[in-house]
Design a protein around this ligand. Structure first.
Ligand SMILES: Cc1ncc(COP(=O)(O)O)c(C=O)c1O
Length: 433
């Protein structure tokens, strides 16, 4: 099983057998509120009727079409829709099947872009500590999670990392972007000096790091990264696999923070999780460099058998309808202040070290237990599940990323279950002590 303690799981399997709207049905007959949208992806709610209908209709018309040297209209229509939805100027798209594939595709496009422009000396990639960019060799190389890197080395050559931006001493319990830490972006200047900027192809960051505990960017940080990249001709990639498609209450994090990168990686919410799909969005200038500079008839030697799969395209078109026509992204934005208010009420409870949030994305960091990293958050998550609410523990942080279709009463239920779980686990440590 992926990222799972397999031996422990098999002693006490947790199985999901059905879903509807905000809820999962478990094999033991219980119905639980899904406060993590599957795995940060089911933004429009489970078995969203629009998406199910579109997939059912598609499968009876065209099951599969290769996009190698032939194509089908659905992929082009979806690319058009994405370009309309993306920040201005990001008007070309390459389809993948996952976030990991989107990341590796984006890194390859960045390196090949410079080469197509006659600047083949730019090969280095810069990621960030505490970044999660999926599990491809490119993704774990620019990723910043020690264990995931050390297990599989040697990794890509020519990769370095910015410092992460979490700063509990100065920024604990910030609402939205924390006030302190813009200077962490200046580390990019230092890395570019160290490695010689003319050897660097791209910088990749999650605008809000998700899987390492929900880390919103310090105020002004992303803008400064953009300025430094511009100054040195380095491409800026935003990994929006979690933040894209309305999670922050805007179409993309790039929109919310007012910083447009050169490339955006997406997946997850693109199809509401109903079928695997990812997409890499890029500025016209990135695409055009290949069309003008390629020495080969095939401008980009890259692609997947299932790039632009018809079923995934149909699901994505319907998902975008749900986000935009049914107003779900606007709904996420409108609910965010209440979500923030309720979560910050957890401040002061025993063992709560921080609450961080942007849009409908939040992390509640707990003080680590002597029993080991992650044990505190795992215990809280288990209590929540026992009480009928599915949350996710990432390290010692509880991550929340609910479907946009939830209402205030559901936010109350999530926060009440967290409050009770935090109280129960605090007693457990008292007893242990
Ligand atoms: C920011 C980010 N990038 C990439 C990925 C990898 O996506 P996938 O699991 O679809 O390969 C994830 C998954 O959580 C992610 O959060």
């Amino acid at each position: 099983m992926p990222f799972t303690p397999n031996r422990k799981f098999k002693q006490a399997p947790r199985l999901i057998v059905g879903s509807e709207g905000l809820y999962y049905d478990l094999a033991d007959g219980r119905r639980v509120l899904d406060a993590i949208a599957g795995l940060w992806c089911v933004n429009a709610g489970h078995r969203n009727p629009r998406i199910s209908a579109a997939m059912k209709a598609q499968i009876d018309v065209l099951d599969y079409a290769s996009n190698f040297q032939i194509g089908h209209p659905g992929a082009f229509e979806l690319a058009e829709r994405l370009a309309q939805m993306a920040p201005a100027g990001m008007d070309h798209v390459f389809f993948t099947n996952s976030g990991s594939e989107s990341v590796d595709t984006a890194l390859k496009i960045a390196v090949a872009y410079h080469r197509a422009r006659g600047d083949a000396g730019r090969y280095r990639l810069i990621g960030r500590e505490r970044a999660y960019h999926g599990v491809g060799f490119g993704g774990i190389s620019v990723g910043g999670i020690g264990r995931q890197r050390s297990t599989f080395g040697p990794l890509l050559n020519g990769v370095d990392h910015l410092p992460h931006t979490l700063d509990l001493a100065r920024n604990a319990f910030s609402r939205g972007e924390p006030a302190h830490g813009i200077e962490k972006a200046d580390a990019l200047e230092a890395l570019l000096t160290l490695h010689d900027a003319s050897t660097v192809a791209a910088v990749i960051v999650e605008p809000v790091a998700g899987s390492t505990g929900v880390l919103p960017p310090p105020r002004g940080y992303l803008k400064r990264l953009r300025e430094i990249c511009d100054k040195h001709g380095v491409l800026l990639i935003f990994d929006e696999v979690i933040t894209g498609f309305g999670r922050l209450g805007a179409n993309f994090a790039a929109d919310l923070f007012g910083v447009v990168p050169d490339i955006i990686t997406t997946a997850k919410g693109l199809t509401n999780g109903a079928v695997p799909m990812g997409a890499v969005l890029m500025r016209g200038a990135v695409h055009d460099a290949f069309m003008q500079g390629s020495v080969s008839a095939v401008e980009l030697s890259h692609g997947y058998t299932y790039s632009g799969h018809p079923l995934a395209c149909a699901a994505a078109m319907a998902t975008l309808d749900a986000y935009l026509q049914d107003g779900l992204i606007a709904q996420a934005g409108a609910l965010s202040p209440y979500f923030e208010e309720c979560l910050h009420a957890l401040r002061g409870l025993p063992g709560v070290a921080d609450v961080r949030n942007v849009g409908l994305l939040a992390g509640i960091e707990l003080q680590p237990w002597a029993a080991g990293p992650g044990t505190h958050a795992q215990a809280v998550a288990q209590h929540c599940l026992d009480a009928g609410v599915l949350v996710r523990s990432v390290g010692d942080t509880i991550a929340l990323s609910p479907p946009f279709t939830l209402e205030r009463k559901h936010i109350d239920q999530i926060v009440d279950s967290l409050r009770a779980a935090i109280a129960q686990t605090a007693q457990a440590t008292d007893v242990a002590a």
